[in-house]
Design a protein around this ligand. Structure first.
Ligand SMILES: [Fe+2]
Length: 316
């Protein structure tokens, strides 16, 4: 320890080095203490909505390309991110054109907002239409082609999670999911059945949880991500609750809908991507007559796995 440190409080000590390093490995060592190790202040995850990005993606004048919901500067992440572990964006593909998406992720979710087309991933091809949801293994590019009309896809992955650890996408055949296609008609039928048959008060809300053959045991869509299409019948609300996972959601349908997040009202706008911060007390409300739908991606698999989801109902 140097003389200059003798008068410093332990909480103010700079990172400490080995006193007499003899090897590069010893030279790389850093020492903190219980006074100065736990005061790193990360900016909170904001409760925000991305409305300009979908407007641009749906604008006929916008060329083919990817529009990310990237707040890495706000989150102080050195890689694109919508939340610390999730990246969402809109893929716009003009009629007769094509686009490759290839997030450096373990898997990729895509929801068809508008248009018809096909996506090739590896040796499989999906023909899609509005309302369909697709799941692709990371490490293999997705080649999207449109038909006679412009198309817009909502594309979500765990790219920030992979970047955080400095990992590579999985090798071909090693991804934690295969190619999966959830047809809009099947999602609607499952929602209709749930709304018609769930006992009043039996469920915390109406959600169709999307999983796959490969992740059936966990009910997740990827080991760390959960995917659910939530339904709110007209004039109903979800009870306020909290959990440790963050939610990155797409507003699919609904009029006069809003969320309450830590006491603040957030109105929905068409095709917006919204962030519900972790641990916040939140509820969703449908003040209109029509059924509201919102597609929710959460890093919930991570919290289930670590037994730390922290779900509880709460007072608003
Ligand atoms: Fe929630």
């Amino acid at each position: 320890m140097t003389e200059t440190l003798r008068n410093l409080r332990v909480s103010e000590m700079p990172p400490q080095h080995a006193a007499d390093p003899k090897t590069p490995a010893q030279q790389r060592a850093r020492f903190f203490n219980s006074g100065n190790a736990f005061n790193v202040q990360l900016p909170p995850v904001p409760d925000m909505a991305f409305a300009e990005e979908p407007a641009r993606a749906l604008d006929p004048a916008t060329p083919t390309g990817m529009i990310l919901c990237d707040i890495s500067d706000q989150l102080e992440c050195p890689f694109p991110a919508t939340s610390p572990l999730v990246l969402a964006g809109y893929a716009r593909i003009r009629a007769g054109e094509s686009l490759n998406t290839d997030p450096r992720a373990s898997g990729v979710i895509a929801y068809v907002i508008q248009g018809d087309g096909t996506t090739r991933c590896g040796d499989e091809e999906i023909a899609w239409a509005p309302g369909d949801i697709m799941l692709f293994p990371g490490g293999a590019a997705q080649h999207h082609e449109t038909g006679d009309s412009d198309a817009v896809l909502w594309v979500v992955s765990n790219e920030p999670q992979v970047a955080f650890e400095g990992l590579q996408p999985p090798a071909v055949g090693m991804a934690p999911t295969g190619v999966v296609h959830y047809k809009a008609a099947d999602i609607a039928a499952q929602s209709d059945y749930l709304v018609a048959n769930a006992e009043v008060g039996e469920l915390p809300g109406y959600a169709i949880v999307l999983s796959s053959e490969q992740n059936e045991a966990s009910r997740n869509v990827l080991p760390t991500l959960t995917l659910a299409m939530n339904t709110l019948p007209g004039g109903t609300s979800q009870p306020p609750h909290r959990h440790n996972s963050v939610a990155v959601s797409l507003v699919v349908s609904g009029e006069d809908c809003y969320s309450m997040i830590d006491g603040k009202r957030k109105d929905w706008s068409p095709w917006a991507t919204t962030i519900t911060p972790p641990v916040s007390v939140h509820s969703h409300h449908n003040g209109g007559d029509s059924r509201a739908m919102f597609l929710i991606v959460q890093d919930g698999g991570l919290y289930y796995h670590t037994r730390a989801m922290g779900f509880e109902f709460a007072e608003e």
